[in-house]
Structure formats: structure tokens, C-alpha cells
Design a protein around this ligand. Structure first.
Ligand SMILES: [Fe+2]
Length: 297
């Protein structure tokens, strides 16, 4: 006897608002099901001036305004990975708006590596406990009526996650826009082969799937853009369009990575982001300090 199929509840379409930060080329997203609904904030930016060591919250405040204007309730503040190009505003947004700060469960690996590199205080935990939640591959993520899924997409870092809500996927640093290609894979724990596999996994989603980039570095004066589709990426991505083999990609990625300088903010960004965005403990004079390892990175 066959059972009557249960009609699946229609999922509301994920509405997505992107906020581009021209200082770090980063896109912060708010994903929700409409005004008054729950929302998730993805990859928020804390403004940081490396010349003065000063932080500002202009970028984060734009997100706060958007959330308040649309009457959204923040359920999650999601990091796709421990970013090397900006500091996260997760703790600030949590204080302003609430929500749980979450990142992929492999962050522990990144914490171990950088605890060593920065010679952090002995009590610095490398179990991810600075975050409210650690997310695992395949885990369901509920944002009000939206049901999301966590996708483990390592390669750029060993801990990268993408977040899928219906037909909208926040790809983190895996793919960039088709005319830019892919993220670098030469940071500690990065792996071009793993990145290729992660990209193929994303590009196996239905062709009309909307893909939201974490960054845009527009070439040749084209306007900033951060939304594309699986079909567009498969057809036109300069590094990983259909037909590019793993060996070809790894060779290209490795060659290109050898030419790239470290991101301007990698040293401040990583040591703050592995603390879920908190500054290091204040010293006796009440000031927090960031470290610069000499000849170590
Ligand atoms: Fe990154």
C-alpha cells in the first residue's frame, strides 16, 4: 500500500538585501521572508582604520537601520568563515538587535592555527565556544518560516560554510562574480583542490539558484555586483566554468595565489574574528591591543 504524499508546505521566498562595503569590497546580507519577519544577518562588517587602530560602526548601523525599518527580528548572525579582509561586527549587532552568532564547526581548526601564530593567551579556547553556535554540514537553519541549510564548502579556509535558504545561497568566499572567478586558497589551511570540490557542489544546485557573493572586485570599471546564478557561473566563470578540470583549476589557482599580497587587514581581522568579533582582553591600562607577528605569516 502506498501512502498519500503529504503536500509540502510552500516555502516563502527568501528576500535578500545586500550592503556593499567599498573599503573592504565585502557584502553583508540580511535574509528574511518579508517585513515583520525573522531574519539572519550574514557576514557583517565592523569598520576598522588600520592607520589609527580605530573602529567605527557606520557599516553595521546601515544594517541596524534596515532591520529596524522593516520590523525584522534577528534570529541569526552568520559568518561564512573567519574573514581575513574585515573585522566582523557580529558582537555589536548582537548587542543592538539580538540573535545568535554562528559559524562553521571547523572554526576550531582555524583557532588552533592562529592561536599558535599569534601566541594568544593560554586561556584562549580553541573549541569554538566564543560563538553561540557551531554549525555542521547539512544542518537545518530556521529563520522564522524560512528553512535554511548549512553547506560545508572548504578550500578558501578549512572552515568555510555556505548558507542556502530556498533558491538563495550565500556562497561566502568560494565563487566570485563570473568575471572575477574564485577566492584564493593560499591562507593557512586553504586548499585549491578542496575549493574546486566545494565549487562543483554549489554549481550542482538547480541552474536558476541565486548565488550571493561575499565580495566583489569589479574589473574594468564595471559597476559593483554580487548576485548571479548557478547557470551564469557554469557558463561564464573565468576560473571554473563547466569543462574546467580539477587539475586545470588547481594549477591556475596556485599560480594566481603566488602573485597575491596578503590582505591589508589580515592580521587585525583574523585575531578578532576567531574571537567571534570580540577584541582581545584589555591590558592593565584598560586598552585592548592587537598583535603583529614579525616574519611569521
Ligand atoms: Fe575570506
Amino acid at each position: 500500500m502506498t501512502s498519500t504524499p503529504v503536500p509540502s508546505t510552500p516555502q516563502p521566498n527568501a528576500q535578500v538585501q545586500g550592503f556593499f562595503d567599498p573599503a573592504t569590497w565585502t557584502v553583508t546580507y540580511v535574509v528574511h521572508a518579508g517585513p515583520g519577519s525573522a531574519c539572519a544577518i550574514i557576514d557583517p562588517v565592523l569598520d576598522y582604520d588600520p592607520k589609527s587602530g580605530r573602529t567605527r560602526t557606520d557599516s553595521a548601523d546601515r544594517v541596524v537601520d534596515y532591520v529596524r525599518t522593516h520590523g525584522l527580528q534577528v534570529q541569526w548572525i552568520l559568518e561564512t568563515h573567519a574573514h581575513a579582509d574585515h573585522l566582523t561586527a557580529a558582537p555589536y549587532l548582537k548587542r543592538q538587535l539580538g540573535g545568535q552568532v554562528a559559524i562553521g564547526n571547523h572554526i576550531t581548526q582555524v583557532q588552533k592555527v592562529f592561536k599558535g601564530l599569534f601566541n594568544l593567551e593560554p586561556g584562549f579556547p580553541v573549541d569554538g565556544s566564543q560563538f553561540d553556535q557551531l554549525l555542521a554540514d547539512g544542518q537545518a537553519l530556521r529563520v522564522g518560516d524560512l528553512v535554511g541549510e548549512v553547506m560545508f564548502v572548504p578550500g578558501h579556509t578549512p572552515a568555510c560554510m555556505a548558507y542556502r535558504f530556498g533558491d538563495a545561497v550565500f556562497v561566502g568566499d568560494t565563487l566570485f562574480m563570473p568575471d572575477v572567478g574564485t577566492a584564493r586558497a593560499d591562507f593557512p589551511g586553504g586548499d585549491a583542490r578542496a575549493l574546486y570540490a566545494s565549487v562543483r557542489r554549489l554549481l550542482a544546485l538547480p541552474p536558476a539558484t541565486r548565488l550571493f557573493m561575499c565580495h566583489d572586485y569589479p574589473p574594468g570599471g564595471r559597476p559593483v555586483a554580487f548576485e548571479t546564478t548557478v547557470a551564469e557561473q557554469r557558463e561564464r566563470n573565468i576560473h571554473v566554468h563547466d569543462g574546467v578540470t580539477e587539475a586545470e583549476f588547481v594549477a591556475l589557482r596556485t599560480r594566481r595565489d603566488a602573485t597575491l599580497e596578503m590582505p591589508v587587514l589580515i592580521l587585525p581581522a583574523v585575531q578578532v574574528n576567531i574571537r567571534a568579533g570580540e577584541m582581545p582582553p584589555k591590558e592593565a591600562n584598560g586598552t585592548a591591543y592587537l598583535k603583529i607577528p614579525v616574519d611569521a605569516l
